[in-house]
Design a protein around this ligand. Structure first.
Ligand code: ADP
Length: 495
């Protein structure tokens, strides 16, 4: 009984009421608009130079490459014009020595070589036609060539973007360190190496993965509707949405197509409310932040994304384990009193270590509705080496995970709801769906995550249950493939 009561007391701290949701939405709208006015605000609201989203009727053959960390992916995408596409794909590990090469040229020459290999393997005809044409009429490589591939370049490192295919590297992350590349335009670096190999390829767009998600969903969404927002709920969380250019009050340098009146904005909402004006802040959130590599930063992400939810659950469980007044994961027959000697947790369990609990077990807990929680107990044993958990233990674990997961879903609704309100689409006089594309393991695999988002959306003033019925949240796949290709397509229209 004491355990159930204590669990109730703790989980109550993760309640995020309808009123909290509404307060959150107002602050989100305020910080979004502040980010549209000036630089250096909590949410960066980065203009992406992408001025339109596809509706599924687009056609053509495009290339996409993705340099994100360990691997370099090259793919070609054939857009069929009926919301479907065919994708051909290759992946190669980046040699360690190139991650810390002396010059940027060494790395980018390797990337261009991989593109050449891909084209020779999968698009021989294009390649041959281009080579012949170059030899017979000796035109400079490039542009009015019907065999020219437009390429979308997903580059997942911090860049300062100046145009749809222009952006300078701010700094390397994820183990890369080539000082020579800092401050250089990464599209130009890649294009230069492509030219050296005389490949029929133009680097048409620099792509952020969240924008790719938006584009991929917009192309594949049912009924040829355009998508308003692409959002990622995976290791991290972020969203990109379609904004009216007239709302972007800070200067947008460089060229872009002004005819649509719209521009996709990369919100970088992981850092919403870093100042903690409205975000919930339990003692567990405080501890997680304090122990993190970037205290005070990405405060929204630290309450919402897959990387952190498991850690919050772990901190709660550890706190409960150390409480002498309750019995969680204990061997009741043991004659010792301190928790360490009576616990049923194996010595090799990771539960006492930072990051020792992966969020995926939260999905297992949420999905296990059997009276004795057999699946959950099995997973506690295999993943966390917690043996012979009682039903009461499993119930307590499930309740804690549920409270943390539910709060994350309701916080996600704050971001989604604010963007729906900002768009003004609810008062457009139609009953057309307002389409949202989502990607990431959390939203894909956590049971009822989208239902919990919808429930919270219906509590938002200005949306309500009627408005919520119009909000359609669907999975968007492969933003760095088809999404990047679609950005290359939009960019080609601007040439
Ligand atoms: P990424 O965002 O890196 O592209 P994913 O979308 O697969 O990759 O997200 C990985 C994150 O999602 C990890 O933090 C992991 O703990 C979490 N995760 C993976 N599977 C699940 C699941 N079934 N339920 C909840 N979280 C999960």
């Amino acid at each position: 009984m004491a355990l159930a009561q204590e669990t109730k007391r703790i989980t109550a701290q993760f309640e995020y009421t309808d009123e909290d949701v509404n307060t959150g939405v107002q602050e989100f709208l305020r910080q979004m608009n502040e980010g549209l006015q000036k630089d250096g605000t909590s949410m960066s609201q980065i203009p992406t130079y992408v001025t339109g989203v596809p509706n599924g009727t687009e056609k053509g053959l495009y290339l996409a490459v993705d340099l994100g960390g360990t691997n370099f992916r090259v793919c070609s995408i054939h857009l069929n014009g009926d919301t479907t596409f065919n994708l051909t794909y290759s992946k190669v590990a980046i040699p360690k020595e190139l991650m810390t090469a002396k010059t940027a040229q060494e790395l980018f020459a390797f990337l261009a070589k991989q593109i050449e290999l891909f084209l020779k393997t999968h698009h021989e005809e294009h390649f041959e036609a281009h080579t012949q044409r170059r030899q017979t009429i000796s035109t400079p490589d490039g542009f009015a060539d019907e065999h020219l591939f437009r390429l979308g370049f997903t580059f997942s490192f911090p860049v300062q973007q100046f145009g749809i295919n222009k952006g300078t590297l701010i700094r390397w992350t994820k183990g890369f360190d080539i000082p020579d590349a800092i401050g250089k335009d990464v599209c130009a670096l890649l294009q230069d190496e492509i030219e050296k190999l005389h490949l029929p390829v133009k680097v048409a767009a620099l792509v952020n993965d969240t924008v790719g998600t938006l584009m991929a969903r917009s192309y594949t969404s049912p009924g040829n509707t355009s998508t308003l927002l692409g959002a990622i709920f995976g290791t991290g969380t972020n969203g990109a949405y379609v904004e009216k250019v007239t709302n972007i009050l800070k200067p947008v340098e460089g060229q872009y197509d002004k005819s649509t009146g719209n521009m996709v904005i990369n919100t970088e909402w992981g850092s919403f409310d870093n100042q903690l004006n409205v975000l919930p802040n339990t003692s567990y959130d405080i501890e997680l932040d304090k122990m993190s590599v970037n205290p005070g930063i990405q405060m929204f992400e630290k309450r919402v994304s897959g990387m952190f939810l498991g850690e919050i659950v772990r901190l709660v469980i550890v706190d409960m384990l150390k409480n002498p007044n309750i019995s969680l994961f204990r061997d009741e027959n043991s004659s010792f009193n301190d928790w360490q000697s009576t616990t049923t947790i194996g010595g090799d369990s990771t539960i006492m270590r930072q990051w020792g609990l992966d969020s995926s077990i939260m999905s297992i807990a949420a999905a296990d509705n059997t009276p004795e929680f057999s699946t959950l107990r099995q997973q506690l044993e295999s993943q966390l080496h917690i043996y012979a958990a009682s039903s009461e233990d499993a119930q307590a674990f499930k309740n804690v995970a549920y409270a943390v997961g539910r709060r994350a879903a309701r916080l996600s609704a704050v971001a989604i709801g604010a963007i729906v309100l900002q768009s003004g689409l609810l008062s457009d006089g139609t009953d057309e769906p307002i389409d949202i594309g989502v990607d990431g393991s959390l939203v894909e695999h956590y049971p009822y995550f989208r239902d919990m988002i919808h429930e919270a959306l219906s509590a938002i003033k200005g949306i309500g249950s009627e408005g919520t019925k119009r909000i359609r949240i669907g999975i968007a796949k492969d933003g760095s493939g088809v999404g990047a290709a679609l950005i290359a397509l939009v960019a080609a229209g601007m040439e």
